[in-house]
Design a protein around this ligand. Structure first.
Ligand SMILES: [Ca+2]
Length: 94
């Protein structure tokens, strides 16, 4: 006597494995995307602590991140004072 409930269709097993493989692939893709996003945020935070223009004022408080040392002054939050800008402009136009 054969027990009908014990029979397992091999095609059903293959289908279950295919579905599981697709679910695992979707989960791996999702977590890789999340890791990529958190890495991007961390890089931005490190960039904020850096000093792009070399005037010894960190990027996140530097109001003029493109004004290089020695023009960028701490007392002007990394910006040049107007007299220095005028002198630079005068030197550039003459
Ligand atoms: Ca700076």
């Amino acid at each position: 006597m054969k027990n009908k409930k014990a029979e397992v269709d091999p095609i059903k097993i293959i289908m279950i494995f295919v579905i599981l493989a697709v679910v695992v692939a979707i989960l791996i893709y999702y977590f890789n995307t999340q890791i990529g996003k958190s890495k991007e945020i961390t890089e931005k935070q490190f960039d904020a602590l850096g000093d792009e223009d070399g005037d010894n004022i960190a990027n996140f408080i530097d109001k003029c991140p493109d004004v290089k040392s020695p023009m960028g002054k701490p007392e002007f939050d990394g910006c040049a004072d107007q007299a220095a800008l005028d002198a630079a402009e005068k030197a550039g136009t003459e």
